[in-house]
Design a protein around this ligand. Structure first.
Ligand SMILES: Nc1ncnc2c1ncn2[C@@H]1O[C@H](COP(=O)(O)OP(=O)(O)O)[C@@H](O)[C@H]1O
Ligand SMILES: [Mg+2]
Length: 308
């Protein structure tokens, strides 16, 4: 059985207007997506800003209510859980946020920040709590004394490690990482990403990894879903997506990855031009008259593309 299964998920935000603030229309932030996560893998959700990645992550963790569709954890529909089961679910799934500058309360000590989820779910003595927090602080590579400091005393990379420590305290099964390194300097991004890979093995974590950056997705993910305007345009293994992309939108994203090698820049420019031409010429093969993607079609055991 899949660890987590998302079936035909839709999340619409109402748009209100006029004197009575009536609902006029909806933003179809997530518009019928289905995918599954296997235990221990890293699944990447990628697409431009506004395509619905954050909404998907926040709905899976239960912060936003789905408009339609199902979210099944180990076969159980989360909408049908008792409050006790839902509380269990919220322990098993934790989130790492994009901005370590704003997601940590500046007025709280690291001890209180990391202990917060523990205090919500477990009754520990102050000594037990401190021991546990210190264990995780050291696990993420910070000094045990860090627990008495405040967020501003740390660098961005260190703050993100504090956010990760907080996510780990309840021994979760799934971590949803929403653009976890986007706010960090490029020089520390790789450190945090590699560290996330290390703890994944140690704590047997499954990741739902959200990013607009295809380079990072390639580094981290086993399988990838490419999102465009609330839908998937392609899904496949990392290998399939990067070596054999089928949808024009995927090709466009890949051709836009900056190339560090100056020798290859000319080649890349040519590729980009070619992809842009293909995009213009074959648009209707990939998008309907509303500019929306077609339904996903399976082209191999693991690879699906939204084509006519
Ligand atoms: N609370 C909200 N109310 C109304 N619209 C929203 C809300 N949050 C996000 N949206 C809209 O939903 C779409 C998807 O947003 P989001 O999930 O944040 O995308 P992403 O994370 O891929 O950038 C966007 O058009 C965004 O403007
Ligand atoms: Mg987002």
């Amino acid at each position: 059985m899949e660890f987590l299964k998302i079936n035909h998920l839709k999340v619409y935000y109402p748009i209100r207007g006029g004197f009575f603030r009536r609902v006029n229309d909806y933003v179809r932030a997530v518009d019928d997506i289905s995918f599954e996560l296997r235990s221990g893998e890293t699944y990447g959700l990628v697409g431009e800003s506004g395509c619905g990645k954050t909404t998907t992550g926040r709905t899976v963790i239960g912060l936003i209510k789905a408009t339609a569709g199902e979210i099944l954890l180990e076969g159980k529909d989360i909408a049908k859980l008792s409050s006790r089961e839902f509380s269990r679910y919220r322990r098993d799934i934790q989130m790492i946020f994009q901005d370590p500058y704003s997601s940590l309360n500046p007025k709280k000590r690291v001890l209180d920040i990391i202990a917060e989820p523990l205090r919500n779910f477990e009754r520990l003595s102050p000594q037990e709590e401190k021991r546990k927090v210190q264990y995780f602080v050291e696990k993420v590579g910070l000094h045990a004394d860090s627990i008495y400091k405040y967020p501003h005393e740390f660098s961005g990379g260190q703050r993100q490690r504090i956010g990760i420590a907080r996510a780990l305290t309840l021994n979760p099964k799934l971590i949803i990482a929403d653009e976890p390194v986007s706010a960090l300097d490029v020089s520390v991004q790789a450190q945090v990403l590699n560290f996330m890979k290390e703890i994944q093995k140690e704590f047997q974590l499954t990741y739902l990894f959200i990013s607009h950056d295809l380079g990072i997705i390639r580094h981290m993910c086993d399988r990838i879903g490419i999102m465009y305007r609330g839908q998937f345009v392609e899904e496949g293994t990392s290998e399939e997506i990067f070596n054999n992309p089928q949808h024009i939108y995927t090709k466009r994203l890949i051709s836009a990855i900056p190339n560090a090698d100056p020798q290859k820049r000319k080649e890349q420019l040519a590729l980009r031009k070619q992809v842009e031409e293909e995009y213009t010429n074959s648009f209707h093969q990939y998008f309907n008259h509303d500019g929306k993607a077609y339904r996903l079609k399976r082209i191999s055991e693991t690879h699906s593309v939204a084509i006519l």
